[in-house]
Each structure stands twice: as structure tokens, then as C-alpha cells.
Design a protein around this ligand. Structure first.
Ligand code: SF4
Length: 305
């Protein structure tokens, strides 16, 4: 109503069957005139299928690959019309603010931050899952709300696969809110906080993520297709302790060259994660380049963001 929209499209991943069923049930409870303006579109499985231009492209043409921008969807989107894209968390909060007032929201939050946000805790915690936290809550609160850490933890992945690795001791009091994190070169991103067990090799964990991100390229921009592929191969060789002589040096160079070279920001996110890994796990990478591992190997399990 605020943007005077004629059509409302709910774009939900085809694999999220419970969410799809809940949405259809909720829609069935709305008045007929509202139901008539809303449709649910099932998004195909794929990391970049949720990128905003990919979502518009899929709705318009059945192709869930990002398109060159500009124009951005707010300029020309679904059926060529200006289109507002929002994630459901933002819309849910907007609805609560409309009902309870701006002051209610402003009074939530810790320190300089205002509001609440959803955080997904995973990895070396006792109870992985989604939590609602006041923005500005320290990282330690996420671990506590997840039932505490399980064993020693060496690093934390902040913001999911488009985020950054960080030293867990350095960031233990880190306020989790976009502004505070940005000031430290970190990102709140999708709110995923993954604690990496001290017995799990960070080089291996990063190689798994890079392989996944390379596999999710929409394969239409050369630097993304070939650049991410080459990075995935080099990180895999390093993780396997069978690197080529200049793999580590090339990873440093590629992580700076890749950003800004694709139609969407998929390669930028992957390069940012890689840069953080090369910093946080610098000693591990140096050891792997010498065909050694500093960590007592344990199977790598990193949640898909
Ligand atoms: S940068 Fe990669 S994911 Fe993005 S549009 Fe190009 S090929 Fe697809």
C-alpha cells in the first residue's frame, strides 16, 4: 500500500516446502481483493537465484540468472515496471513498526545500535538455529543464546558465504550490527554466524566454500566462471597439501583482481571471503603451501549460507 503496488509477488525457494505451505495458508486467510493481487513464485535452487536482478529475470523470462545493471529493478523490473524488492525480514519488521510505532523499534538495540535482527548460529555451538537478537549485541551473546560453544573455537564466519572470517577471540565483544561491523571491515550480511571448531582446518573449510561458490556461478561472465573456478582449484590443491609452487601467491593476487568483474556481485563476495581467509588463516595457508597442516584434521562441516 505504501508504494501503491498493483502486484505483490512472494519469491520463495522451491526447496523450502514448509515455508511455501505456510505462505499459501496465510494467503488463504486474507480478503479476496488482497489474495487476487498476490502470487507466489517458486524460485529455482541456486545461490544467485536470489540476487535481485536474477529474481526479476526469472519472473519475467524464466531465467534465474542476474542481468546487467543498470537498470536496477527499482527502475525497470517485473514487466518493465519499477519494482521494489525486499527480503521478508525487512517487511516483517516494517509491519511491526507500523503496528507498534517507530519509538518501539528505536528503543530496542544495545549501545549505538537500534532495532532487532535475525542471526543464524551454526558450527561449534550446542544449539544451532535462528535467534532474534537486539542489534548491537556482542558476538558472545550469540554463542550464549545458542547454548554455548562446543569445545575450542578458532575462528568465526560472519555474514555467511559473502561475509568474512574473523578471529573469534578478537571479535568476542564485537557488537553485531551493520554499522559497527562495517567500521571494522566486517559485514552483518545475511546474519549467519558460524563458529569454526579449533580442530577443523580453516584452509579446508575455505576450500569447501570456494568450491560451492564456484559451482554457483551463473556461468555467463568470464571472470566469474574462470576466475572462481581457478580460485576453487587453487584452494582445493592447498587444502590437499599438494599445491603448485605459486598457488598461495596467486590467491592473494586474484582476491584483489576479481571484484567488480561480473554482472552481479557474486565474484566480489567470494573474493572478500577469500581475502579474509588469507588473513585469519595466514599461518595455516603458509604451512599448506609447504605441504603441511597445523590443525589436527577433523571432517569439515560448514553450513551452506
Ligand atoms: S558474475 Fe557470475 S553469478 Fe554474477 S551474473 Fe556473472 S556469471 Fe552470473
Amino acid at each position: 500500500r505504501a508504494v501503491n503496488a498493483d502486484d505483490i509477488i512472494i519469491y520463495v525457494g522451491v526447496e523450502h516446502r514448509a515455508a511455501d505451505a505456510a505462505l499459501r495458508a496465510a494467503l488463504g486467510e486474507r480478503p479476496t481483493d488482497v489474495r487476487g493481487r498476490v502470487r507466489i513464485v517458486q524460485a529455482p535452487v541456486g545461490y544467485v537465484a536470489g540476487e535481485e536482478s536474477a529474481a526479476v529475470n526469472f519472473i519475467n523470462a524464466g531465467d534465474a540468472r542476474p542481468t546487467t545493471t543498470p537498470p536496477r529493478p527499482f527502475e525497470r523490473g517485473v514487466r518493465g515496471r519499477p519494482t521494489l524488492l525486499q527480503n521478508v525480514e525487512s517487511l516483517a519488521l516494517a509491519a511491526l513498526i507500523a503496528r507498534r510505532g517507530a519509538a518501539w523499534y528505536q528503543n530496542l538495540g544495545q549501545g549505538q545500535a537500534h532495532g532487532i535482527g535475525l542471526v543464524t548460529a551454526s558450527g561449534a555451538v550446542n544449539h544451532a538455529g535462528v535467534q532474534e537478537l537486539e542489534l548491537g549485541s556482542p558476538l558472545a551473546d550469540v554463542a550464549a543464546a545458542a547454548g554455548g560453544l562446543r569445545g575450542d573455537v578458532q575462528a568465526v564466519l560472519l555474514g555467511g558465504y559473502f561475509g568474512t572470517w574473523a578471529d573469534v577471540d578478537e571479535q568476542w565483544r564485537l557488537p553485531l550490527d551493520p554499522q559497527s561491523m562495517q567500521a571494522r571491515g566486517l559485514a552483518f550480511g545475511c546474519g549467519v554466524v558460524h563458529f569454526l571448531n579449533a580442530r577443523t582446518c580453516g584452509v579446508e573449510a575455505t576450500a569447501r566454500i570456494m568450491a560451492y561458490l564456484a559451482s554457483q556461478s551463473a556461468r555467463q561472465c568470464g571472470p566469474c566462471l574462470f576466475g572462481l573456478g581457478a580460485i576453487a582449484e587453487a584452494t582445493r590443491r592447498l587444502a590437499a597439501k599438494s599445491p603448485q609452487t605459486d598457488d598461495l601467491e596467486r590467491l592473494h593476487r586474484w582476491s584483489g583482481e576479481l571484484p567488480g568483474r561480473g554482472a552481479c556481485r557474486h565474484p566480489d563476495g567470494a573474493a572478500g571471503l577469500l581475502r579474509s581467509a588469507l588473513t585469519v588463516f595466514a599461518e595455516d595457508y603458509a604451512a599448506h603451501q609447504r605441504r603441511r597442516c597445523l590443525t589436527i584434521a577433523e571432517p569439515v562441516r560448514v553450513a551452506v549460507a
